[in-house]
Design a binder for this molecule. Structure first.
Ligand code: C5P
Length: 237
């Protein structure tokens, strides 16, 4: 998967997806399929997106015992997705098992999907970290700790907020990916995201990939909004 913005296809039916993608003619896009879409449409939605030439990030955040995750990842690699994620909280062994599963399921002539770890969910607040997780670290320390764990477990990168991207890049290097949601064309329209950044700001803050949902999918002119995101991300004014 290249570093073009990843459009979050937060829809529940294939028709909504097709209507939306139809606006883009035959342009090849990076798209994200989350739990809402995948649990209702299943593998067929992945096949049809791949058939149309798109690169697919399957965002279903696996978190289970290592054996189960390994077997699940074997099947996911066979679907042909380009990026997949799991919770770093599942531990080093679980993440290594995820990699083993992907290697088993990837056809010999294909590249293994990029394996990305979720650090702390962006919905987790510092208060929840203390009271619910009994974690003595600050949010940034905890995110960095999980990023390092994912790195030693041979993950390809993490999902994180733009605010942690630079620290992760400095610690683990440019090639360890920082996939960041919470992107807005206009900083004021945050919806339910607590900390948002424009595509340009995300680039300056060290994101390697950005995930953009509502700023494109709920725009009156989705294609124009995508082009705006792309231009800002690529540094054109
Ligand atoms: O509409 P919006 O741009 O906020 O969508 C962001 C997308 O990224 C959604 O699909 C959301 O589930 C996902 N996501 C997120 N925060 C994370 C992980 C994934 O917002 N930590």
């Amino acid at each position: 998967m290249d570093n073009k913005p990843i459009i979050a296809l937060d829809f529940s039916t294939e028709k909504e997806v097709q209507d939306f993608l139809g606006l883009f003619s035959s342009q090849k896009l990076n798209v994200k399929v989350g739990m809402e879409l995948f649990y209702q449409q299943g593998p067929s939605i992945i096949y049809s997106l791949k058939e149309a030439g798109h690169d697919v990030f399957l965002d279903i955040k696996l978190h289970d015992i290592p054996t189960t995750v390994k077997k699940a990842m074997t099947g996911i690699a066979r679907l042909g997705v380009d990026m997949i994620n799991m919770h770093a909280a599942g531990g080093r062994r679980m993440m290594e098992a995820a990699r083993e599963g992907l290697d088993i399921g990837t056809p010999a002539d294909k590249q293994s999907p990029l394996l990305i770890a979720v650090t702390q969910l962006t919905s987790t607040t510092p208060d929840m970290l203390i009271k619910e997780q009994h974690c003595a670290l600050s949010m940034e320390e905890s995110v960095l700790h999980y990023a390092e764990l994912a790195y030693v477990a041979q993950g390809d990168g993490v999902v994180c907020s733009t605010h942690e991207a630079n620290a992760i890049k400095n610690k683990l290097g440019e090639t360890f990916l920082r996939v960041t949601p919470g992107i807005r064309l206009d900083n004021d329209r945050s919806h339910d995201q607590h900390r948002v950044a424009t595509p340009e700001r995300a680039r300056d803050l060290g994101s390697s990939h950005i995930v953009v949902g509502r700023s494109i999918t709920q725009s009156l002119h989705p294609v124009d909004s995508y082009i705006d995101v792309l231009r800002q991300w690529e540094g054109e004014k």
